[in-house]
Design a protein around this ligand. Structure first.
Ligand SMILES: Cc1cc2nc3c(=O)[nH]c(=O)nc-3n(C[C@H](O)[C@H](O)[C@H](O)COP(=O)(O)OP(=O)(O)OC[C@H]3O[C@@H](n4cnc5c(N)ncnc54)[C@H](O)[C@@H]3O)c2cc1C
Length: 412
């Protein structure tokens, strides 16, 4: 992904700091329209595309909504991803491990062919990197750490170089150094959870169902993965207390497999852990503002969310679609790309959706992270109630498939 044929310049329309899935998607959307973009990332090298999505699945995966799929199709990234490895799911099953409530959704009930796909993050990123290589107006600069931000859209690199553009976009992840350099405060909520992630091979096939059980300690998800036609793989996200996560990650694979099978009520039979188990701390963050003149936050730099609803990167991709739509409209009208009112419009269009999703995750966590008898009764009534109440269930399904509000053009 690092440019060799393309001539690097220090004069850009937009500098995107952070070439994760969100920053790479923004650079590709703008690059497709001929905007001169510098995409800077501290990681040293592109992903080895010929090794990605082959063999054992990578540990970090995302549930991508059909809306995110459409955005990636528009970017010309999806066909490579689909040829490499994506696993569609048509059903969702969520139940209360402490009670009797259970909700099931199907794509048919939601009136869509699929609820989404489970995709390794590396597959998404490698596809975007391939696409970026084809875009002459995008200069991808890896091994490039940004260490300073000055007013007037100037960024300072670790090696002392300076780059400038009318707009600097921070897509530099949940810890966002750029957000801090810009002095934007962030509301932080410790979820009390650490996610244990790994990959398993089950005795029974997943059947294209994304499953999640709410345990007293937190939610445990078995996300379906099909590997070379074998539909018995799942990616695990087990959100639990830090002490429990430390205990689980120290277990032998055989012992962890037994714990997973018991916690998951043997719904997919015996569980074999086929990768190491990694602990990822989970903190919910929401930046107090998304924009300043000539500066914008997107993706996890603006909001990081508990993974229990699998929404983080989907929200980030919607930020990107909306910001690109505003920027391209401004460019057509001859408005400067760092213009505050245009950036405010982006912030207004995205903040409400993101805040609503963060609040929903808080509610879920509080409701399910308790042993209080009244709340236990409420959540059992709630879950089975949700399964009967078609309009409420439909709303939840719409949320799951990412159909909220007005879609930006890139996702229609
Ligand atoms: C356990 C778990 C499960 C999840 N499951 C889902 C799911 O099912 N569905 C979903 O939608 N989301 C999910 N998410 C959330 C999703 O992973 C994130 O929302 C997404 O990865 C954020 O992408 P990003 O591009 O914004 O940030 P990142 O992927 O963090 O990328 C940031 C980039 O910025 C670069 N960078 C940082 N600082 C600098 C600097 N100073 N200079 C240059 N470069 C810099 C970094 O090198 C990095 O490449 C999950 C998250 C977790 C933890």
């Amino acid at each position: 992904m690092t440019d060799t044929a393309k001539q690097p310049t220090t004069q850009y329309d937009v500098i995107v700091v952070g070439g994760g899935m969100v920053g790479a998607a923004l650079a590709a959307l703008l690059g497709q329209a001929g905007v001169a973009v510098a995409l800077l990332d501290a990681r040293p090298a592109p992903l080895p595309a010929d090794e990605v999505g082959i063999g054992l699945p990578a540990m970090r995966v995302s549930a991508l909504t059909p809306v995110s799929q459409r955005l990636l199709e528009g970017l010309g990234a999806w066909s490579w991803m689909a040829a490499r490895r994506v696993t569609p799911y048509r059903f969702m099953q969520v139940w209360d491990g402490e009670g009797s409530g259970e909700v099931r959704f199907s794509a048919e009930q939601a009136g869509v062919p699929l609820l989404g796909h489970i995709v390794e993050n590396d597959v998404v990123l490698a596809a975007l990197e391939r696409r970026l290589d084809e875009l002459p107006s995008v200069s991808v600069q890896l091994g490039t750490r940004v260490t300073g931000l000055h007013e007037g859209g100037e960024v300072v690199l670790e090696d002392g170089r300076r780059l400038a553009a009318p707009l600097v976009v921070a897509a530099d992840g949940a810890g966002s150094p750029l957000r801090e350099m810009a002095g934007i405060p962030v509301h932080t909520r410790d979820t009390g959870h650490v996610a244990v992630v790994t990959t398993v091979h089950n005795a029974r096939e997943h059947g294209g169902v994304a499953r999640q059980v709410f345990l007293a300690s937190g939610p445990l998800a078995f996300l379906p993965l099909t590997v070379a036609g074998d539909a018995r793989y799942c990616s695990i996200v087990w959100s639990t207390s830090p002490a429990e996560a430390a205990r689980l990650t120290a277990l032998s694979p055989a012992a962890l497999g037994r714990e997973l099978e018991a916690a998951f009520e043997s719904r997919l039979g015996a569980v074999e852990v086929v990768d190491r188990a990694l602990a990822v701390p989970l903190t919910q963050r929401h930046a107090e503002r998304y924009v300043l003149p000539g500066f914008a936050l997107v993706g996890d730099a603006a909001h990081s969310i508990h993974p229990l609803a699998g929404q983080g990167v989907n929200l980030g991709l919607m930020d990107v679609a909306v910001l690109a739509e505003e920027l391209l409209a401004a460019r057509r009208r001859g408005i400067a790309l760092g213009e505050p009112r245009m950036l405010q419009r982006y912030a207004r269009r995205r903040r409400g959706d993101n805040a609503a999703m963060l609040a929903l995750m808080d509610g879920f966590r509080l409701l399910f992270g308790t042993r209080h008898p009244a709340l236990t009764l409420l959540r059992n009534l709630g879950l089975s109630g949700v399964d009967r109440l078609t309009p409420v269930k439909r709303l939840l399904m719409q949320q799951a498939i990412g159909r909220r509000g007005t879609l930006p053009l890139a996702c229609r």
